[in-house]
Design a protein around this ligand. Structure first.
Ligand code: FAD
Length: 360
């Protein structure tokens, strides 16, 4: 908004309970060209592995590059950009309540109340009210590993290595190497419940050991939970718009969110520029069939039939990697989607497809 000139004659208050001064997450995503955050891309890869006990394949991701941004670099860049605009104020307090009256939207934060014409809200809705209630959770722990020997090929990432026990849900390890001796190694599991906190470290220790890495140091770690839900997220309540995960921008079947947030942000800006209000371009929304595909995959992952590891293996074995990535971006056409559908085991997917048909 700031860069598009929308705030030249408006004021914006950003309220966050956290100052975001630590590297609390890492974002990975794929894109074909240079994106708006290219200057802070920490590392990118053109090739990535998918592995299981029976097979392994190195995917050529072209025309996409798989990119990684460190949370702290993202926060620093955004803070730097925002500080250049006198029309933007920042406040670091928790938001307690949001209500509506004739004068606009009233946000109670800290000791004060603020009134606004529009509010963009990224606070996740209360799970107890049944708004979120995810079918599955994607939960993961990542280690920033430093080794004393050359172990990694920094040109090749590992998207999914399924050579880890699958009894608690679809589980895999994800490796993003920065150099021959440094990598982010993340143990990820998709299941309804979280594990005991030691279980993530145990799985990582075993995986690293199985790779033959004996001498290593864990420089940093990250833990995350991404809800995977079939619930429809209301985008709007009067003049308040939900954004980010709270606004349904997490892809239900994959957990990827970063690029969907960028697309939502671009749509909001386009709408503001063209109509003066943020909602018009969002009315079209996402093609409903993508919601159905997500629900079907979620159904399969939840019921573990076929097992998640088989599904992802088949998807990448029988389709061009770029087509799978395009599909996961909700950017394929019907013809491409039919080809992808033909590649997966027909009977369980047809059953899941039928069960989820009235659910999207
Ligand atoms: C560790 C981790 C790694 C991830 N990695 C990836 C990835 O590689 N690729 C990908 O696509 N997605 C990833 N995700 C998912 C998703 O991209 C992130 O969760 C992303 O940060 C979601 O953005 P958001 O703006 O919706 O929420 P957040 O980034 O969580 O922002 C919400 C903000 O609201 C503030 N807030 C919350 N409640 C209040 C309150 N009551 N008052 C004031 N402020 C409040 C918080 O402090 C926070 O700054 C990851 C998630 C996590 C947790």
């Amino acid at each position: 908004m700031a860069r598009a000139g929308i705030l030249d004659n408006k004021r914006l208050l950003i309220i966050d309970k956290a100052r975001k001064t630590v590297n609390d997450r890492t974002w990975c995503f794929w894109e074909k060209t240079k994106g708006p955050f290219e200057e802070i891309v920490f590392k990118s890869w053109n090739r990535a592995w998918v592995r299981n006990e029976k097979s392994e394949r190195c995917l050529d991701l072209a025309p996409y590059a798989y990119k990684m941004i460190r949370g702290i670099d993202f926060y620093s860049l955004c803070n730097k950009i925002l500080s250049e605009y006198s029309s933007i104020d920042r406040l670091y307090v928790p938001v307690r309540d949001i209500s509506f009256d004739n004068s606009g939207i009233i946000v109670s934060a800290g000791e004060h109340q603020y009134t606004a014409d529009y509010v963009f809200n990224s606070i996740a809705r209360d799970e107890k009210q049944g708004h979120l209630n995810p079918e599955l959770l994607q939960h993961f722990k990542g280690w920033f590993l430093e080794t004393t020997e050359d172990i990694f090929n920094p040109e090749e990432a590992t998207l999914m290595d399924f050579r880890v026990p699958q009894q608690n849900g679809t589980a895999f390890v994800y490796t993003m190497p920065f150099s021959s001796r440094k990598a982010l190694i993340e143990y990820t599991i998709i299941s309804p419940e979280l594990l005991r906190s030691e279980a993530y470290d145990d799985a990582l220790t075993k995986y690293v050991h199985d790779l033959g890495i004996i001498n290593y140091n864990v420089a940093e770690s990250e833990f995350g939970i991404i809800p995977m839900t079939k619930k429809k997220f209301p985008l709007r309540e009067k003049n308040m718009m939900y954004i980010g995960t709270a606004g349904g921008q997490t892809k239900a079947s994959s957990g990827y969110t970063f690029q969907f947030i960028q697309k939502q942000s671009a749509t909001i800006v386009q709408s503001l520029l063209q109509t003066g209000q943020p909602f018009s371009k969002l009315s079209k929304g996402l093609a409903r069939r993508f919601r159905w595909y997500d629900n079907v995959l979620l159904h399969i992952l939840k019921n573990n039939n076929p097992a998640g590891k088989e599904v992802f293996d088949i998807l990448f074995a029988k389709n061009k990697p770029s087509q799978v990535l395009q599909f996961l971006d909700n950017e394929t056409n019907l013809f491409q989607e039919l080809k992808i559908m033909r590649s997966v085991p027909q009977i369980p997917f047809l059953k899941a497809g039928f069960k989820e048909f009235f659910n999207y």
